[in-house]
Write a protein that binds this ligand. Sequence first.
Ligand code: GLU
Length: 552
Amino acid sequence: MDNNALAELLFPDSILTRDDIEARYPERSLPEGACVTRIGPSPTGFVHLGNLYNAIIAERIAHQSGGVFYLRIEDTDNKREVEGAVETLINAMSYFGVNFDEGATADGDNGSYGPYRQRQRREIYHVFAKWLVAQGLAYPCFLTAEEIDSIREQQTANKENPGIYGKYAEANRSLTLEQIQQNIAAGKEWVLRYKGTDTDEYITVADAIRGKLEMPRNNMDFVLLKSDGIPTYHFAHVIDDHLMRSTHVIRGEEWISSLPMHVELFSVLGWQQPIYCHTATLMKLEDGGKRKLSKRKDPELALSYYQQEGICPDAVWEFLLTVLNSNFEEWRIEDPDADYREFPYSIEKMSISGALVDMDKLRDISKNVICRMPAKQVFDGWLAWCGEYDPDFAALINKYPERTLAALNVGRGGAKPRKDIETWKQACDFMSFYYDETFTVSDEMPPECDEETRSRFFEKYIESYDHSDDSAAWFDKVKAITDELGFAVKPKDYKKNPDQFKGSIVHITNMLRIALTGHANAPDIWEVSHVLGEKITRNRLEAWTSENQSKL
Ligand code: GLU
């Protein structure tokens, strides 16, 4: 077979050489040790947590080393592609604060190692495909889907490895140039296959997360180009990560089984392999065991879930860093106010058993993240979320911006800030008592405070209420009324002699808190009154006087 003639027959329009292409993608001039990483998501319309998980690792490795982090759109599977999916992906990454130095953007490509969308790189793949054919390392295969099915059936029956290799590849490997010409002239579809070696050798690959991986060398005639001339993931990965000069390939562990094909291609093309980092699959705990997160069963696998639930991006980052590096939590305790980007992320500290996605843990982290934010940042993040997911609440915030900001400041700062807000969605519930439009009394009054106690307390309280009292003066008045009504001012006195009192000051303040906020569990009463202002405070308490209670 004249391999050069075959290469010309298959790729008549491909006139560039390997050197021409290499010249477009020179070595990057970066400082020693700088890493070049990427994410290569496929635009399927579904952006999952694993995309962000891998993006965080790749971003940290690149930026901690002074390197480059880029976005490549792997759109070679047009059957799975969904309209608008690239925009969805770019928006999700930007919402979660993943910053690329180069790659695909909403307004086209940014950077000089593009195009960054694989479908636009056809000409490049064809140059290398043509070269492989000219070397006798690749050939056109005319097997139809039915023929491949029947080969698979035969292999299953014989308990042989599935795939096209050895004797199953023979018919197409041994076609003459004339036969190939005739097939093409007859309009028969073909794919380009790599000519695998019949071997029982083993290869070893040093995975940065998993250590040494040992596996059989590739012996398959795997597909390089599909019948429409678009490359498979395997071929595109090798060409792109070489030309774009990726130093590390961070991807899910489901790709480990394809490594022999990738190693083979890097080797025959004479290129240095990147450092592979195969990340653990995301898992969840269920019925005492771990299982893979499933797209069908687990809404938390979709990145959009975190947006809809109003879980702020910083919390998701901190949560994923906790999953990624076991020492992150310790680091965070030592320095609660540091930016998480200061954490020295290390690939060696990653676990290879499944990464556990625990939503309770995420909510807990989120509370801690939000309680450390300045009130204005909480205000902006929450308002932006409401603007998209709860416009009625956004309107309330916009109607009372000063009150909202003051409310968000209650219990903020100091060594033990309040942790009332978990997510932007839950903030709408928690904050609802600050607005008459959404205020409701949802908790029951303590049973110790019967109707008569309530009316007597609130009548006296309203009478003596002076909005300009400081917190100490205010509390002295509450204590005096507590005493007058036969309740213990000191809870421990009540504990010792419960028969001598109707209840304690704890019951009285709970009653007051419920009247003012609707909840027994709410921030400081005096502070809340000052956020609400005198008029609203008095109105809410007046509802409990004898005259009003009797109308209930
Ligand atoms: N397109 C592949 C995927 O979506 C990316 C794997 C890689 O990063 O190499 O799974």
